[in-house]
Design a protein around this ligand. Structure first.
Ligand code: GAP
Length: 444
């Protein structure tokens, strides 16, 4: 059952604690557009770093790329996006709202749907769907004529395809190999919503993995496994993940097969990442439109091969939202509710908070600040003396800080501090001279 109140609680925490803010809030906000606050920016950066580590740093068969958002308009013609990147759109004549066809509710009559907002019945025979292109147009340069028109990319993938020869030439990779890229994409979505789940500006983490055509199924399955397990390794409860294989009639124009990794969001099971077999569609299309031969030369067999492409494509914002939701826990502690974000060690935005027990004792404050400064070069640390210790602990729990280091009166005498663990709330007394090593060990 969808749990909308959970979503409300998480949205309120995100705003209150600085994970996610509405864009342009002081001007009344821009609908469905979000800014990541100080903690959201840390979390999102950690998500991207973990992904990059797993798919580039730890693999010999992968390299990275950072291509431009703006591309030659011919790219989007060749890719099929100008003509075919559309969603069927329905206008409700009663409430005047606009929906994607698949967002309307079914009725016993398959030609009649129900408006999700005002519940009016919509007869598709009288009010058929119109195709709506999702590409965001922009124009380059000072003159706004047709020749200046291009698009903000709707996927990062095309930047990889058009650099296929550059990457082959410079890296000398042998098949199979892949290219990973993280970057912003833009789509004029008809119905954005559910916080950062569906927005018009979002970030993608995409891999284009080039394989011998006869090995496509093997690599398609391998990537599904790899990517599914990555979410578990990063801390998502595996009961909240599932795989959904696309039916033939829902495949994108370029795909031979596709499977979605779905997460059990409070608003229902929804796509986190898709793994598609794009065949040689994209290389063929760009070859045709650019006139450049986009093939791999196999020196052992002395022949040209046009590789097939397996594409694991995930959303940074969706993954970040799923990690936030999955981390959210409420626990009863001494008749009180403790809210704690149980992020994995790598994902936690802040690893250590240094807290003085008494903020009006300059020696305690000085010692706490020295400790924070000493840890800073290695660990993401914050210092906070703006409330009583109980409240400071609750604050840090609520944002998922792994350890709280407290400096008290005794610390001035024995040079020891209290280290409190976020999850167990157990406390260790640690000598300041050993603190860095102790934390290093616990953060491993
Ligand atoms: N290159 C393939 C491609 O773009 P997609 O399924 O359209 O495939 C891949 O997008 C991923 O990008 C999705 O699984 C999702 O995580 C993310 N994504 C797509 N549209 C999005 C949107 N409007 N808002 C946030 N994330 C989005």
């Amino acid at each position: 059952m969808p749990d909308i109140s959970l979503m409300d609680k998480i949205s309120s925490l995100c705003k209150r604690r600085g994970f996610i803010f509405q864009s342009s809030e002081i001007y009344g906000g821009l609908a469905n557009t979000w800014d990541y606050g100080p903690l959201g920016a840390e979390l999102k950066r950690n998500v991207k770093n973990l992904w990059w580590k797993s798919v580039v740093q730890e693999r010999m068969d992968m390299v990275g790329l950072d291509s431009a958002i703006l591309m030659h308009p011919a790219v989007w013609k060749a890719s099929g996006h100008v003509d075919g990147f559309t969603d069927p759109l329905i206008d409700c004549k009663e409430c005047k709202k606009r929906f994607r066809l698949d967002n309307l509710k079914d009725t016993p009559d398959r030609d009649v749907k129900e408006c999700p907002a005002c519940k009016a019945k919509i007869d598709l025979r009288l009010n058929p769907a119109r195709m709506f292109n999702l590409m965001m147009k922009t124009s380059l340069g000072a003159v706004e004529d047709e020749s200046a028109v291009t698009y903000l990319r709707p996927e990062t993938a095309q930047g990889i395809f058009v650099n296929f020869l550059n990457i082959l030439d410079t890296t000398r990779k042998k098949l199979p190999f892949g290219v990973a890229q993280i970057g912003k994409s833009f789509r004029n979505e008809i119905t954005p919503g559910n916080s950062t789940f569906r927005t018009r500006e979002f970030e993608q983490m995409e891999i284009e993995y080039f394989v011998r055509p006869e090995e496509d199924q093997k690599w398609y399955e391998a990537w599904i496994n790899d990517r599914f397990n990555w979410y578990i390794k990063c801390g998502i409860n595996k009961d909240n993940l599932r795989l959904r294989v696309h039916e033939k009639d829902e495949l994108a124009h370029y795909a031979k097969a596709c499977s979605d990794i779905e997460y059990n969001f409070p608003f229902g099971w929804s796509e986190l990442e898709g793994i598609a077999n794009r065949t040689d569609f994209d290389l063929r299309q760009h070859e045709e439109h650019s006139g450049k031969e986009l093939v791999y030369f196999d020196t052992a067999e002395n022949k040209k091969i046009r590789p097939y492409i397996i594409e694991p494509s995930g959303g940074v914002d969706r993954a970040t939202l799923a990690f936030l939701i999955d981390a959210y826990h409420e626990e009863k502690v001494k008749e009180e509710t403790r809210v704690v974000l149980k992020f994995s060690k790598d994902l936690a935005p802040i690893k250590v908070a240094v807290l003085p027990l008494l903020k009006n004792r300059p020696q305690i404050v000085g010692m706490a600040k020295d400790i924070a400064e000493n840890l800073m070069s290695e660990i993401r640390v914050v210092y906070d003396d703006t409330a009583a210790i109980g409240k400071l602990y609750r604050r840090q729990d609520e944002v998922g800080t792994l350890f709280c280091v407290t400096v008290d009166v005794g610390s001035l005498e024995d040079n020891k501090v209290t280290v409190r663990d976020r999850d167990t709330m157990l406390q260790d007394r640690v000598d300041v001279s050993r603190l860095k090593e102790y934390l290093r060990d616990r953060l491993k």
